[in-house]
Design a protein around this ligand. Sequence first.
Ligand code: SF4
Length: 501
Amino acid sequence: MKLIYIGNEYKYDTEAIMKLFLPDRHFEFEYGGGLPEIGTNCVRAPDEYAIMRKRVLREHILLYVIAGYGGKREKAVCRLPLSEEDYCSERLSRLLYEAMSRLTGQTSEWGILTGVRPVKQVRRLTALGMSRDEAIKELKAQYLVSDKKCRLACDTAAVQQPILDDLESRRGKAFALYISVPFCPSRCSYCSFISQAASGNSVKKMIPPYVDNLCREIVFTAEIMGRLGMAPDSVYIGGGTPTTLSAEQLARIMKTAAGSFDMSLVKEYTVEAGRPDTITPEKLKAILENGCTRLSVNPQTLNDDILRGIGRAHTAAQFFESFELARRVGFTSINTDVIAGLPDESPESFRATIDGLTALSPESITVHTLSIKRAARLGAGDEQRSNVMKSPAAEMVDYAAETLCAAGYRPYYMYRQKNMVDNLENIGYVKPGHESLYNIAIMEEVEPIIALGAAGSTKLIGRDGRMIRIFNYKYPADYNAGLELMLERKKEIEDFYAAEK
Ligand code: SF4
């Protein structure tokens, strides 16, 4: 499909709108030039196209969209005052949404909000002095968000607010610490992360030097943060599946962190024990004894056939055993992740997963919606991808919301990704008092993140909201070979905060 831009280059936002309606299409982009003649004598317009034009006139800005699809053509037009030029991209996106909606008969529950963080929009509106009702009205009018999603975003924002206030009280003194362990026992078919399957010898051999290097980076970075007078208030050891490592390796990493950083501000310490097939009593004890306060054990689904289909080498029974083991060892805050929209999962099967988890009563349940990424095995072919995208995920997500809220959970953080089935969202549901500080801090971008290990992405936030990122090598082999450069890059943290003083 051809997207033609005249007088503007608002490709990013408008392409995201087109993908809501035509997720499988490949788009070609054309910029500038004269206005194509679209009509009976048309020679330039292809069968499927969208022309997006911006004209700055003497008294106003004229925006219009002409879209052709399925043998039909739709037009949408608006005028903006010259003072509102900053809103042109948003308004053009809206016109495109309206035209495509009429052409396809489809709408999206999130309207033209295609970005990652809808809750940020709510916070922006309430910071302008709007009440909840006014914010909902604005989200519906400007962004065409459905009533249900407006309420969800506002409920989530309300649960977050006291935690954001608490984070604000430590601004300039605290940061979130992320430690990456990018190894897994095997690779899930939907995974697009760089995690390495530790089933082969070459990856197994990489792990001991990786742990050595990670410990060096921990000590080096802790010295920098100590000089800056900053300390972590949350720690997250994620991956991958950190429990792919041995109990001794996990204990060594955690002891090194505890012995290097000032841990006096730490309010939450999470370890992802994502795959039940990696969990042993020794590992859980090592994690708990070394300061972990929050554990994640993830079934994704309680349907064994689906688990096999997505390449997870564990059963639902193994998940229940691991969960009970974690309780016996002494974990009092456990998160469990599930995914709505997995291939071949029916609404009944998903409901059984939600009911099974609700009965188990973990402190939080995170409901993801499947997202199909290029780097994943799943959806690699067009036909398979198209089948996956037809999943009844919206029905599943609605069931999860109703059931979990009725059981005393409430939504506390939310984010969206590209290419999610049904353009839905990922939502963390939690029992009051167990909201993850780390998840809120990183999703709402209110606290610096110091990220260590392969694929770590450090994000520094200045007093005026200025942000910079410092990237580590993505793959463990590169990280092992290039640690010195990673350490050199970490010195930028000191430069950044020195400039703030
Ligand atoms: S457990 Fe997570 S990181 Fe590991 S392969 Fe599966 S989806 Fe990827």
